[in-house]
Design a binder for this molecule. Sequence first.
Ligand code: MD6
Ligand code: FE
Length: 226
Amino acid sequence: MMRNDDTPITLDLFAGQTPTTPGQVERIGEQSFVLRGFALPWLDRLLPALEAILQAAPFRQMVTPGGFTMSVALSSCGALGWTTDRSGYRYSATDPQTGHPWPDMPAAFREMAQAAARQAGFEHFEPDSCLINRYVPGARMSLHQDKNERSLTAPIVSMSLGLPAMFQFGGFERSDRSLRIPLFHGDIVVWGGVDRLRYHGVLPLKAGEHPRLGAQRINLTFRTAG
Ligand code: MD6
Ligand code: FE
């Protein structure tokens, strides 16, 4: 079905709202889960705290070791923040743009991440890093593994806000087939254990306007990095 301006109507159906059932849990791997709408009850605490973090450590586009500017803009909070430049990927205790420590991780962030980890079967999750990614329409994240963390025993908890995105969840080789999982405002993905080193990525963000976040998707990933 098309509207008279030729945009498919499905784009509108998916813009903004979560067309899935909050509370629904989808298992996407042996130790990997999508918790639909898990973050929604936390947002009144999370969003003002996020705004304060972004005042102190604004989004910026970083350069990969290969010399490409990432389409996704980044910030961080917590003891360690993930950064990249021509010399490599690493975690840093200070924001390279200001030289100051990253903003503290708000209690609501930590509590929500711990509650999500617990629901996915990971007790005692102690995140010391929250990487904040911003996607504008067209921005994407190519297939990668998260392996800059000191220990790979802790899971990663990933929260989606704003416009929906198509998440790719693959295998242990870049060339392995990947699942495509739509992620919506308030969804959480948790994975770890045997799945911790799976390749994953995000397809180019489609245009749209989210009622609360506007024309962007924000993704927060909580990690034990140090
Ligand atoms: C994103 N996420 O959803 C990119 N990494 O925007 C990630 O790269 C990611 O969601 C590790 C664990 C969960 C993730
Ligand atoms: Fe990742």
